[in-house]
Design a protein around this ligand. Structure first.
Ligand code: SAH
Length: 271
């Protein structure tokens, strides 16, 4: 299958397409999953839950702050990576650049069968989102890559679909909605217009970047995002985000565990 935005009919229509997965890959039990997370606060409870160990031999290049945890949970090999802390400023390396780099390096080194990009997000109450809701994402796109030239505009938006998981949708009690990604925690009026055009229920700073890499390297990916703050509400985003982060992280981790338990022993075509 041609990748999206390759000049084929899908590119012309601007329609999102899921990463191509071959038949064999579909029917083999999933044995290795890669969980990509942006922040240490989000990662730690899952590291504890799955009893993962930190990799001190580093599969990543020297100097990269990226951190990898690994272990076996039921029949699954789990790798969990987060981009680490900025070496100068000491804060978590959130955003698309670090997310894409760590996704690329981790997939190259670890060859996972499936990626789960898990994290927090801002939610839109106009789309039914509330603090603590956990979303299984049905489509991702960027909202801050404005290139008003034909076809480059579609490249900028970068609409992509996660791998199809009709049974997870049916069997687990997760909200379903689209995700819009940009490199800012706040939202400019231009971002807002793009987020509306993307039909997003939630916004984050990593999802569409992980989707770009996953498509390039042909790894099926799902996105699980938990709402820490309401973007179209009356509270300042930063305040609400920091107040809810710890509690919402617990909800996120419960949902990720549910999904991992569901995946265990199944092939992609059963998800
Ligand atoms: N002040 C925070 C910075 C985190 S940035 C700190 O103390 O470290 C926010 C992170 O949460 C990003 O990884 C992003 O994906 C997610 N996020 C949560 N709410 C968001 C929102 N309203 N908009 C964009 N990203 C959001």
């Amino acid at each position: 299958m041609a990748p999206p935005h390759s000049g084929g009919p899908d590119a012309a229509a601007g329609e999102a397409v899921a990463a191509p997965v071959d038949q064999q890959q579909q029917q083999r039990p999933i044995s290795s999953i890669l969980i990509i997370i942006a922040m240490q606060t989000e990662a730690t409870p899952l590291v504890n839950k799955f009893q993962l160990k930190e990799d001190l031999d580093a599969v990543f290049p020297k100097g990269a702050p990226w951190v990898r945890y690994y272990g076996t949970y039921k029949d699954l090999q789990i790798n969990l990576v987060w981009p680490g802390k900025d070496s100068t400023l000491g804060v978590d390396c959130v955003g698309t650049v670090s997310a894409a780099l760590v996704a690329y390096a981790a997939v190259q080194a670890l060859k996972p069968d499936l990626i789960i990009n898990a994290g927090t997000a801002g939610g839109f109450k106009a789309k039914g989102a509330g603090v603590g809701d956990v979303y299984l994402i049905s489509g991702v796109a960027f909202h801050d890559r404005r290139i008003p030239i034909p076809v480059f505009d579609l490249y900028g938006v970068g609409s992509r679909k996660p791998c199809s998981t009709p049974n997870i949708v049916k069997d687990l009690n997760l909200k379903i909605g689209k995700l819009s990604t940009g490199d800012s925690l706040d939202m400019s009026p231009q971002d807002e217009a793009s987020i509306t055009a993307n039909d997003a229920a939630v916004k984050d700073m990593e999802g569409a970047a992980v989707a770009y890499v996953a498509e390039m390297l042909q790894v099926p990916t799902i996105f699980i995002k938990a709402v820490t703050d309401i973007v179209d509400g009356d509270k300042p985003t930063t305040e609400e985000f920091l107040k809810n982060l710890a509690a919402v992280t617990i909800a996120l981790d419960e949902s990720v565990t549910q999904v991992v338990d569901y995946i265990d022993g199944k092939c992609l075509c059963e998800l």
